[in-house]
Design a protein around this ligand. Structure first.
Ligand code: FAD
Ligand code: SIN
Length: 518
């Protein structure tokens, strides 16, 4: 059994920021960051466009950023949350810079502010088109300087430890988290990690769909674990589809993103005939909010039978373009597309989950001592649809607020109970791992075919029925065989798919990113 003061699950912007703050403020406390892949693999690593922060008080204002966020969220944002997130942004940005993150400047001390869909002003700070990579690099460098943090890579959290594992009768109200059972992929043993405070920063769910901008780690494990621990999980129906993932023939899984900042830079969406079509759908054209652009593309593709639309950059200043978007330019060239001359084929892909584990203004879930931060959480900032570049911002603001609150509550937490060692349900190794792969693909097909950008009760019910069988098969495998990361991820994906379908069936209106034909 391993005992820490704080257990952080996940090494993206949310987990790293929280851990760094706690470790620096409390050098006498011990922290573990358990992360299921390499330390720098996460959604954060791939963030391109940047982070929304009001810095230019002449052309922009907090009020404008608040209004843009509320407009995108379509009536479901928590207004108090929106206000404090927007207003706390400059202070959190300053910290990122002090930790060594470099943001592009137009001249010394004046940041280059980009624009993206749904924003009424230029307010996106960025590092070329690899903002997330740069933020994570700087955070990891600082984390490595902290002697009181153990970074445990290839440590896969399987379940949160609550009274349930102690065989104690509990009501939802009195449930607490004491750490997690974690699969050490090197030893293949599931180890007990006890901690007074657990921070769940396990990111998103993109791989519940066939095509997603997310890397493979995004299987919703944290949300599924929290759901099993009886945390409240809400707004799961609001999955955001990014309008412009690069179309590559026969590509499945992680697709390459063409940042919305490219449209902010002046790129135009065209159909295969070369006609610009966004003006038919919204007066803001290609810079309407993401839900509108994705639905418009989906409608165009269904009407034309085509597999993709085009993003046209050919009229832009290419010298500037390449400076601003070197990664996108290189990727396009690597697949034979020259953005200066060719149109870029793009399709919508699953990108971001607006919902997640419900938390209060300080990142606390309803399970005692369980904080949740970043994409796994539902704070009320995004409502029915996230405004572009508000996610990195939400993660750092809530990492700070969770840090403040955990400092306050740490000493009030009593001695931890000693939970039993993980009792393996099954003892055999699965005879055919391929069955797990098949079921994972089936979940992705069901979700992509029936629970995509445009839904209906008929499609949702069909998805529900088909998922039931996969659920039964997966639970049987779980009872009989040893837990592996593959099986654990499949369980998570099935749970996430259920939550999205069930919460979609309950929403009988079209709002934000959620749209059903009936
Ligand atoms: P992540 O960064 O995803 O980190 C999650 C961590 O948890 C990972 O380390 C993962 O390995 C670990 N983990 C997961 N499950 C387990 C488990 N069972 N056990 C142990 N560890 C686990 N947002 C913006 O604001 N601006 C942008 O420009 C932007 N661009 C984006 C571009 C792309 C291509 C993508 C995919 C997303 C983009 N986003 C952007 C969204 C944003 O990057 C993410 O929402 C944000 O980085 C999430 O941070 P996080 O720390 O919550 O999760
Ligand atoms: C992008 O660069 O288009 C992604 C921005 C985001 O997801 O906020």
């Amino acid at each position: 059994m391993q005992q820490y003061d704080y257990l952080v699950i996940g090494s993206g912007i949310a987990g790293l920021t929280y851990a760094l703050k706690v470790a620096t403020e409390c050098p006498d406390k011990k922290l573990a960051i358990a992360t299921k892949s390499y330390e720098d693999e996460s959604n954060t690593r791939y963030a391109q466009g940047g982070m929304a922060v009001v810095l230019d008080k002449v052309q922009d204002s907090y009020q404008q950023h608040i209004e843009d966020t509320l407009r995108a969220g379509d009536g479901l944002c928590d207004e108090e949350v929106v206000e404090f997130v927007v207003k706390e942004a400059p202070a959190r940005l300053k910290e990122l810079i002090a930790w060594g993150t470099k943001f592009d400047e137009v001249k010394q001390g004046k940041y280059d502010l980009g624009k993206e869909g749904g924003h009424t002003a230029n307010r996106i700070v960025h590092h070329k088109d690899i903002t997330g990579f740069e933020i994570q690099r700087a955070l990891l460098e600082r984390i490595h300087e902290c002697p009181n943090i153990d970074v445990l890579t290839h440590h896969f959290a399987v379940d949160l430890i609550t009274e349930h594992h102690l065989d104690v009768e509990v009501t939802n109200k009195s449930r607490n988290c004491f750490g997690a059972y974690v699969l050490n992929e090197e030893t293949r043993q599931i180890e007990t990690y006890l901690a007074k405070i657990t921070m769940l920063a396990s990111g998103g769910i993109g791989h519940v769909y066939r095509n997603t901008t997310n890397p493979k780690i995004a299987t919703g494990d944290g949300i599924a674990m929290a759901y099993r621990a009886k945390a409240q999980v809400k707004h799961m129906e609001f999955v955001q589809f990014h309008p412009t993932a690069l179309y590559e023939l026969d590509r499945e899984g992680q697709t390459f993103l063409i940042s919305e900042a490219v449209r902010g830079f002046g790129a135009v969406l065209r159909d295969k005939q070369g006609d610009s079509f966004m003006e038919k759908y919204d007066e803001r054209g290609a810079l309407a909010s993401r839900d509108i652009v994705s639905r418009a593309i989906d409608t165009e593709l269904k009407r034309s039978g085509d597999e993709y639309v085009y993003l046209d950059c050919t009229h832009l200043n290419m010298e500037e373009f390449e400076k601003h978007f070197p990664t996108i330019t290189n990727k396009c060239k690597a697949v034979g597309i020259d953005p200066a001359k060719d149109l870029i084929p793009v399709v919508p892909a699953a990108h971001y989950l607006c919902g997640g584990v419900e938390v209060d203004h300080y990142g606390q879930s309803c399970v005692g001592n369980l904080f949740v931060c970043g994409e796994a959480s539902c704070t009320g900032l995004h409502g029915a649809n996230r405004l572009a570049s508000n996610s990195l911002l939400e993660a750092i603001v809530y990492a700070h607020r969770s840090f403040v609150k955990s400092m306050e509550v740490f000493d009030t937490i009593g001695d931890l109970p000693i939970p039993p060692e993980w009792s393996e349900k099954g003892t055999t190794h699965p005879k055919e791992l391929i069955l797990i792969t098949h079921n994972r693909k089936e979940v992705q097909s069901i979700m992509s075919n029936y629970v995509g950008i445009i839904r209906s009760s008929e499609r949702l019910n069909r998805a529900h029925k088909r998922l039931r069988l996969i659920h039964e098969e997966t639970e049987e495998l779980y009872r009989k065989t040893k837990v592996s990361p593959q099986l654990s991820e499949l369980r998570s994906l099935v749970t996430i798919a259920y939550l999205i379908i069930e919460q979609s069936l309950k929403r009988d209106e079209n709002r934000g990113g959620f749209y059903r034909t009936d």
